[in-house]
Write a protein that binds this ligand. Structure first.
Ligand SMILES: [Zn+2]
Length: 326
């Protein structure tokens, strides 16, 4: 019988188990929960995970709720939900791991002899390579920021990337970041998966104050992707037009202080427009973040008055590359 970690894949049943991924400082094993729903009809194995970044718990909650709501009688193939992939970072409620400071989504494919996060990346990738036909990777703005609902596809010009793009266009958002080269996507799980010929879409949605709408968007994205893979009945939506964005600018603050946003996620700003500023504790503006290019989509922006430290990522702007039909 096929297993994923300790969870068994049993046609017509929902099962649970865990993947053991190394141990904590005190020797306690990290057990990563796995939720499996397997249809009686043949079909692909669809893997969706959350919390590669520990503070992005909206995806985790959405996977858990989606799994319990899923009608198994309608399902062809197997759903695999992994709500929290990065347990140390999740427990710390932080983007990076407290064990080694690493950003797990910059170090794939990992290293079985490296520090904890490198080992974790290696284990996760091995399990996905062994079981998944398609992977959906859920993210958000974390505790300190918000993002709009949009998709990211790692485009290495391969047929796998084309299939990722086909699925992404059916997942309920008209905005898709086509990520080429290494900028912002080097060492991501999606870059490694596409190399392994596993189509992958990253979903960005919400942040520290996850709304009901954000949860609905996460769950719709999962359902529509499964429909696009012919695992559930029904046709996923087609958007009238797709806005393709690329070549992101990441705004990292130079000064500490309180962040004051000047725009909202999903806005389109032009060159010279203000994205936000940093106010010191005397009320003086010590830094302004300015949009560098015309027609830029605001893909992340920090929370109002969030305390920043020098070097902290507080916003992302991504210029529009093209608009296209399905
Ligand atoms: Zn993330």
């Amino acid at each position: 019988m096929k297993t994923i970690g300790t969870a068994q894949v049993i046609p017509g049943e929902k099962t649970m188990g865990s993947i053991q991924a190394g141990t904590d400082i005190d020797g306690t094993p990290f057990h990563i929960p796995v939720l499996i729903a397997s249809g009686e009809k043949e079909g692909p194995t669809f893997w969706v995970h959350g919390c590669i970044h520990g503070g992005e718990y909206g995806g985790a909650a959405s996977i858990i709720n989606y799994f319990h709501e899923l009608e198994i009688s309608e399902l062809s193939g197997t759903f695999v939900g992994v709500p929290v992939t990065n347990l140390p970072a999740f427990k710390a409620r932080h983007r990076n791991s407290p064990l080694d400071g690493e950003n797990l989504n910059r170090i794939f494919p990992g290293n079985p002899n490296g520090t904890y996060s490198h080992r974790l990346a290696h284990i996760l990738l091995e399990v996905m390579k062994d079981s998944a036909d398609v992977v959906i990777d859920l993210h958000s703005g974390g505790l300190d920021a918000n993002v709009p609902f949009y998709m990211i596809v790692k485009d290495d010009q391969s047929d796998t990337a084309k299939e990722s793009m086909r699925i992404a266009k059916r997942m309920g958002s008209e905005v898709i970041w086509r990520a080429k080269g290494e900028a912002g996507t080097g060492g991501t799980v999606s870059a490694s998966l596409v190399q392994e010929k596993i189509p992958t879409v990253t979903v960005e949605c919400g942040g520290g104050t996850l709304s009901d709408e954000d949860e609905r968007d996460f769950k719709k994205a999962i359902k529509y992707a499964m429909q696009a893979c012919n695992m559930l009945p029904g046709e996923p939506p087609v958007q009238e037009e797709y806005t393709i964005i690329g070549n992101a600018t990441f705004f990292v603050t130079k000064e500490g202080g309180l962040f004051i946003p000047a725009c909202k996620v999903g806005d389109y700003l032009n060159k010279g427009d203000k994205i936000g500023s940093i106010m010191n504790l005397y009320g003086q503006i010590v830094e302004e973040l300015i949009c560098p290019e015309d027609n830029s989509y605001i893909a992340a922006v920090g929370n109002k008055y969030w305390p920043t430290e020098p070097g902290q990522l507080m916003a992302e702007s991504i210029p529009v590359e093209s608009r296209e039909k399905l």
